[in-house]
Structures are given as structure tokens and as C-alpha cells.
Ligand binder design. Sequence first.
Ligand code: NCD
Length: 322
Amino acid sequence: MIPHLLSMQDLSVDQITAILDTAETLKEIALRPIAKVPTLRGRTVCNLFFEDSTRTRISFEIAAKRLSADVINFSAKGSSVSKGEGFKDTALTLQAMGVDAIVVRHAASGAPQQLTRWVDAKVLNAGDGWHQHPTQGLLDLFTIRERLGHIEGLRAAVVGDVFHSRVARSVVQGLLTMGAEVTIVGPPTLLPPRVDTWGTAVSHDLDAVLPKTDVLYLLRVQQERMGEQFFPSSREYARIWGVDRDRLARLPEGAVVMHPGPMNRGVEVTADAADAPNSMIQLQVTNGIAVRMSCLYLMLGGEDGRAADVGGRGSNSERVEA
Ligand code: NCD
């Protein structure tokens, strides 16, 4: 169904819907007494992380293990990369070892695409530079659909450091593909240069956008990617672009708040807003596992794109074999 998962741009409405529907079926596995099915038994998934990660790496690892795949965790620190081994040789080593899927995070945009030229394994992009982070976008779409019942026609505002954000590039494309209206909101210095070609509205006035927003998606201010000053101070950023309880109160009834994590509490979001009842932030993390299970299943187990048959509730039956 999906040869490699490199960018949200490659996915059609039908493919996204299939991933979300399969994730919905797989989410239930987490509630079983033994939260594991044998679907990917005998398959090997390698997490190849050249950049730091907490939730994405752990989430992929749990997802693969719940499907009974063997998981190898490779991080550049502590590997032969620190002896100067390059990306290609690392890839060829994994190829020689016969892994079935490689989940890759790399600081260079396009690295996952390059990897597909060197290995036979399925490649899943877990974040490449400022470019894409498709499983994050998919778990966001899943969370929105689960909570609000649909995506089409919703009004989403993506707020903050869009310029440095691969998450924004993925989630915005996903929302547009699924028929939502998107407004990018932030200071001009943090918006990408060709944002007018994104197919979204653009605003520099958060307070004007809030009453017309069903999904308020906050982005992390990516200090580590900022070689220069993009705004005067964190305090000023928080005052103009940060979301607190007062700003939450301006959202329409039923609107939700999202953030991909890690959060800078007190900068893009206050602690009480992050933990408010309409905050989806923890649910996003939980749903990330089901969505990554779905991607691994559809790429490694369900070649013909059939919905996953994961057996009856509470069962760990063999029927999950694809
Ligand atoms: C994001 C990332 O690494 O791109 N985090 C994540 O995967 N949930 C977002 C970020 O770092 O701001």
C-alpha cells in the first residue's frame, strides 16, 4: 500500500483514511491484558536516530513491540558514527543485516529519501530537518478525528514557529488533504518565506483568529535551530503568541488545543492551558503508538491494504497474521 513513508505530501485522502481506520482498530490492543499481537513476528525494525528524540523513538519502539517485531535501537551517539562512519555506510550495514524497516530521524532534510536508494527495507521518516514528520501529522489527524468526529470543514490554526517546524509542514498538508481550513499564525519572522503557496490563510493576530478556531495547534519555539534572534524575548513571545487560560476562553465551545511536544511551558503555552480539559496533548502521545502500529502494519504486514483483523476484544488470537 505505502512503499515508504517519507512525506505527508505523498499520501492521498484514501491512504490517510486507511491509516487512521487501521489505527482505530489497533488502538484497542493497548487495553488488552497482554498488549501484544503476533502480526509482525519475525520482522525486524531498526530505529535509526541521528537526532535527539524522546516520544517519537519510544513510540515507534512500543508500536513495533506491540506487533511482535524485533526492535533494534540505533542512536548516533555511542555508535560508529562517532568514529566518523557516514550515513551511507551505516545504511549499508543495516542492509547487510537484513532489517525489514528503518525508522529514521536525521538533521538533513531528504535523508530518509536518500536512504531508500541504498536499502531494500521500508523507510519511515521520523523527522528530517525542517522538512517533514509524517507520523506526527498522522497522529494529529487521528486525534482530531477521534475527538471531533471528522476533519473535513474544521477550522485549524497552526501557531508559532512554523519556519523551523517539520511538524507544521506535515500537519498542515494533512489537514488540507483531509479538507480542513488552515490559518498559519505567527510573527512574520517565524513564517516560512513562501507561506503564500501553502494553500492556507495567514494571520499575525492570534486573538482575532481564536474565536474562529476548532483546532488550535501550537508549535514549539525551536531555539536550537535559531542561529539568530527571531523575536525580542521569550516573555514578549509569550505575551503576544503564547496561549493561556484567557486565550483558551476565546475559543468556541468544543475547540481543542494540541502541541506535538516537547513543550516550552511558559513560552508557547502556560502550564494551566497545557493541562486544561480541552488539551489533547497527552492523547496525542497515546495515539501516536496506534498510528505508528498502523503504519508498520500497513507497510510490513498488510501489503494489500486490508484493514487489520486484530481479533475479538480482549483476545490475542493468531488471526492478526496478515
Ligand atoms: C517534534 C520534532 O522533533 O519535530 N517533536 C516530536 O517529534 N513530537 C517537534 C519539536 O521538536 O518541536
